[in-house]
Design a protein around this ligand. Sequence first.
Ligand SMILES: [Fe+2]
Ligand SMILES: [Fe+2]
Length: 275
Amino acid sequence: MTGDLHGNTTHAVDLLRVAQRQECAKMFVLGDFGAWEHTADGRRYFDVVDRVARKHRVRVYFLDGNHDKSSLLRERYGTDLDDEGFLVCRNHIRYAPRGHRWVWEGTRFAAFGGAYSVDKAWRLAAEALRARKAERRSQFGSRRERQTEGTLWFPEEQMTDAECDELLAADSSSVDVLLTHDKPRAAAPEWNRKDLPECLPNQDRIQRITDTLRPRLLLHGHLHFRYTDQVGATRVEGLGADPEASHPQDYASTDSWLVLPLPYLPEVGADREIA
Ligand SMILES: [Fe+2]
Ligand SMILES: [Fe+2]
């Protein structure tokens, strides 16, 4: 299980090596994977991760973070599902859309991506600047159409209340492990710069999902900070991100991953060591 990668190829490759060394056949990224296939760099990143994952015999799974263009994932891969219902982006890269459920070695999982971007204003301003530049170029005769909207800030970045209601109405049965990008509202990390009022509605949705699905374990990314907390019966593990996005002074790259032994079930030993 890994925290945010943000399209950082070096970090992705490092983590795939870690996965192989730890004898993990799967690596699951908890959002902000770097799904930017609307850009050439983003497509190249997918190709490199796919190739390295194949070499190390590790399959990469991810859920969407606020910085993943999930609308494009659904558009491109929405009809190409594997037999566990993941969207096949590459042979070795699979996407878990919001509300997706599956079972690995008897352990019931669900994934709920999305979060609010605290740098939304900066991203929208940068898109507007690009639009003005494109407009200027077109005045000088350039015919190159350039889409700027939805290239840095993605309107689908967080669940709506209606989306959350609908997903829970479709299936409210419990899971063993819940994977999200955002934290549940009640989790209290010692370091968090994503606690603006605008961040709270999505944290409330994740809390509602947690209260409904009652997982024994919840893993999430987004805060770029490694911490452990207990929220009711749920143990919460927040994972760190790639080194370039992580700000805490005492960051170590081991903050960005952990090994989740499967099956993760009470009868196998409640709260087994996750290392
Ligand atoms: Fe992130
Ligand atoms: Fe994020």
